[in-house]
Design a protein around this ligand. Sequence first.
Ligand SMILES: Nc1ncnc2c1ncn2[C@@H]1O[C@H](COP(=O)(O)OP(=O)(O)OP(=O)(O)O)[C@@H](O)[C@H]1O
Ligand SMILES: [Mg+2]
Length: 286
Amino acid sequence: MSEASKLVRKNPPPAIAIGSGKGGVGKTFLSVHLADRAVQQGKRVLLVDADLGLANVDVMLGITAPGNIQQVVDGQAQLSDIVVTHRNGFDVLPGGSGLHELTHLSAMQQRLLLDEMNALTCNYDLVLIDTAAGIGENVLYFTSCAESVLIVLTPDPTSLTDAYALIKVLSRQRDVGKFMVAINQADEVQAQITFRRLLSVADRYLDVVLDFVGFMPEYNKVRAAIQSQQLLHNFSDSSRIDSLNQLLDSILAQPPCVRSGAGMQLFWQRALGNDLGYQSQTDLAV
Ligand SMILES: Nc1ncnc2c1ncn2[C@@H]1O[C@H](COP(=O)(O)OP(=O)(O)OP(=O)(O)O)[C@@H](O)[C@H]1O
Ligand SMILES: [Mg+2]
């Protein structure tokens, strides 16, 4: 854990979950750059790789996880033992443990993970949760329990359909009413058109608020940076970095949503279900 992270805050930090429905649209790319940008703003940041099946964040950043959540669940390690500090100053809780559904954990394992998570997150000012693709149970849990939800999509029609599907299920089944929307791999005009398409269908069928927070153009150096496991600004100084920074600043400047039941304190309790004595308003039964 970084030196800055050793100062313990009293209240649990706000969390932003990053989801998309469709895979491969840039969630992990945006998550790691958001973490880096928030550190530049003086925040202590924990980036959670919520893809518990396949590693994402550690591969993109070229970091080696010293352990995984499965070991914590088995009582062989503490969460703080498996947190890795990236050289740019943010901490990463690695995923990719082969642990497919949190709901498969026993009550004892859930309790352990919950206590560990509550203790860990109190060390940070901001928690970012990079979710897996799809609308599986873990994605819904992780996404619906954060105060703020960022939906990432590209102008690709399948990406739009899948983003809408995720928004729909989160709004109808998990009571999420507000979403930030970022369009990746698009110029400003394409991004506006894509956002308006999503907005028109959401306005018609759902009771949700969508906030357009910006766009990131298609840029070939993104692939090259990812391949060499570097952050984009360490790799290129193009003006496209300005677009990226504008997008990141806009996301970080959004006030956290005040939703009853959201927040890191309840985050893992809700994620792990109701049988720990926590009275949830939702249908997150294990
Ligand atoms: N703005 C961009 N310009 C060019 N390529 C991009 C851009 N954003 C993302 N990519 C490409 O898309 C790939 C997928 O990005 P990323 O891994 O962040 O997506 P993801 O949504 O996290 O995927 P998954 O759902 O599999 O976790 C990257 O490896 C990169 O090659
Ligand atoms: Mg990813």
